[in-house]
Design a protein around this ligand. Structure first.
Ligand SMILES: NC(=O)c1ccc[n+]([C@@H]2O[C@H](COP(=O)([O-])OP(=O)(O)OC[C@H]3O[C@@H](n4cnc5c(N)ncnc54)[C@H](OP(=O)(O)O)[C@@H]3O)[C@@H](O)[C@H]2O)c1
Ligand SMILES: *[C@@H]1O[C@H](CO)[C@@H](O)[C@H](O)[C@H]1NC(C)=O
Length: 315
């Protein structure tokens, strides 16, 4: 009886706590009305879809990508032969902004710059402060281009990717924190299953995503100790059907991708409800992760079985 009590009561408590925790608030699109939101890496993929959802919900949307920085570079230094191509890319991002306006955004803006450069991150946040007068949600989503193949030993590439995928997230957070503290705002960090378990063929990328978990999970603990009312939501995504991901991995991965539109909505919901982590899709992310600490080798094996290495493109 004693033992039963010792086990049963805590387990029951946990189950009840979980039920309470998971049903404490429901998402309503009105929650985003008039909120000031930055979405980084919103020229394509999941970021673009998040911008459209936020626009429909009536938020002030500020999207970022490199496009115009590239354009300025072209005008300043590079040859004119690439000009039309760069213009097309810039126009694509402007189309995102136009569409956000048409969908009902309270306002929509584009700020461009490469996240490889920490000065840019500061400028982006300064623009947000000047134009929006504050910030309610910072959605960090951009990722630099990498390869999908065996690790090639290029240390310089790992460093560059760490700058874009990790350090810029840190720098943006530091710059935006005063505004987020004032608004009781939220930070949403888009990560991946590859940031929780070792996946093959994305070694530099995985390293940057693991780094995000370490930084933001530690920071969340400090916010909690110091009663800083800024939520941090880490998003663990499986395979999503964005153009870039499909091009890189669809041949090699034995997995059906989940839709980017629904993925984008789940990220916004989780961030708005100030959840600790978002898992999408739940069954293909949260459930396998239950094995991680108890049967790591089994999980490694299950992961490897999802890959067809013979279909990798020659590097
Ligand atoms: N798709 C998946 O299967 C999947 C799975 C797990 C996690 N995720 C995560 O979900 C997020 C979005 O993925 P996605 O597939 O939607 O990506 P994506 O379509 O490749 O979009 C990446 C975005 O980042 C921007 N970007 C690239 N390099 C940049 C730089 N140096 N500076 C500033 N911006 C830069 C790109 O715009 P420009 O090129 O115009 O700058 C683009 O808007 C990422 O964090 C990714 O790790 C995706
Ligand atoms: C923290 O911020 C949220 C959202 O802005 C707000 O609903 C909540 O009341 C705040 N909590 C405290 C303790 O100030």
């Amino acid at each position: 009886m004693g033992l039963l009590q010792k086990i049963l009561i805590p387990v029951l408590g946990l189950v009840l706590a979980f039920c309470f925790y998971s049903s404490r608030e429901n998402f309503k699109p009105e929650m985003l009305k008039g909120k000031r939101v930055i979405v980084t890496g919103a020229s394509t993929g999941i970021g673009e879809q998040m911008a459209y959802h936020l626009a429909r919900m009536g938020a002030h949307v500020l999207v970022t990508a490199r496009t115009e920085a590239k354009l300025q570079q072209v005008n300043g230094k590079l040859g004119t032969h690439t000009c039309t191509h760069r213009h097309r890319e810039a126009n694509l991002t402007l189309q995102v902004v136009e569409r956000c306006r048409a969908l009902g955004a309270s306002s929509a803006r584009l700020v461009s710059g490469s996240m490889e450069d920490m000065a840019t991150t500061r400028q982006l946040v300064e623009v947000a402060e000047a134009e929006l007068g504050g910030l309610d949600m910072l959605i960090l989503n951009h990722v630099g281009k990498s390869y999908f193949n065996y690790f090639d030993g290029d240390v310089g590439h790992v460093q560059k990717l760490l700058n874009i995928n990790f350090l810029s997230y840190v720098a943006m957070t530091v710059s935006a924190l005063p505004m987020l503290k004032r608004s009781g705002g939220s930070i949403v960090v888009v990560s991946s299953m590859a940031g929780k378990v070792g996946f093959p063929f994305t070694v530099p990328y995985s390293a940057t995503k693991f780094a995000l978990d370490g930084f933001f999970s530690s920071l969340r603990q400090e916010f909690s100790i110091q009663s800083v009312n800024v939520s941090i939501t880490l998003c663990i995504l499986g395979f999503i059907d964005t153009e870039n991901a499909m091009r890189a991995a669809a041949d090699v991965l034995l997995m059906s991708p989940a839709p980017k539109e629904e993925c984008a909505l789940e990220i916004i919901k989780g961030g708005t409800l100030r959840q600790r982590e978002v898992y999408y899709r739940y069954a293909s992310t949260k459930l396998p992760l239950l094995l991680r600490d108890w049967a790591a080798e089994l999980l490694d094996l299950l992961v490897r079985q999802r890959y067809r290495p013979e279909r990798l493109r020659a590097a």
